[in-house]
Write a protein that binds this ligand. Sequence first.
Ligand SMILES: [Zn+2]
Length: 189
Amino acid sequence: MESHNRRAPEEGRAMVPSSTPRAQWHKSRSSTSSISMYSVQCGKCFKWRLISTQEEYEEIRKNLRDNPWFCNKKSNVSCEDPADIEYDNTRTWVIDKPNLPKTPDGFKKKLVVRSDFSKCDAYYLMPTGQKVRTLNEVEQFLAANPKYRSVVNISDFNFTSPKIMEDTIPEDIEGRASSSKKIRNMKDL
Ligand SMILES: [Zn+2]
């Protein structure tokens, strides 16, 4: 049980791992990669559980601070079951802040990791297909498409970049030391 504690984040924060295994980063290093796998950490046993959809993940994340997540919220799963996924550097992990707004229906939030792993960018796809990268652009979109004002509010959008976990970045990315990086205690974040 003690062994779980070294990975325990404060408040069981949600994390978004990229599903692309490290080998594939090598092949397509010139292009960016988007997040395609979501997981959340149990507030009791600290195991990581995969969350099947972005929508479900955002639902959990939006009030994670007041409403911690536990294994038994996933059907047929308990803290006794082995973790779905381990936090390690076989894939690159991106950590999200808790309590971010859930993306409104019809809109889509995208998180894209830059090819050099320097940053993860957040943007939204509007129902019109338009890409929006800042709150100003959301304002402009609403001004140009006033019918959406009754469905969404500016506070439904959040462009905070999730943090790329440095200790899970592939070691051969240029500009990065290849010395062994230890998985740090997440309380240091
Ligand atoms: Zn658990």
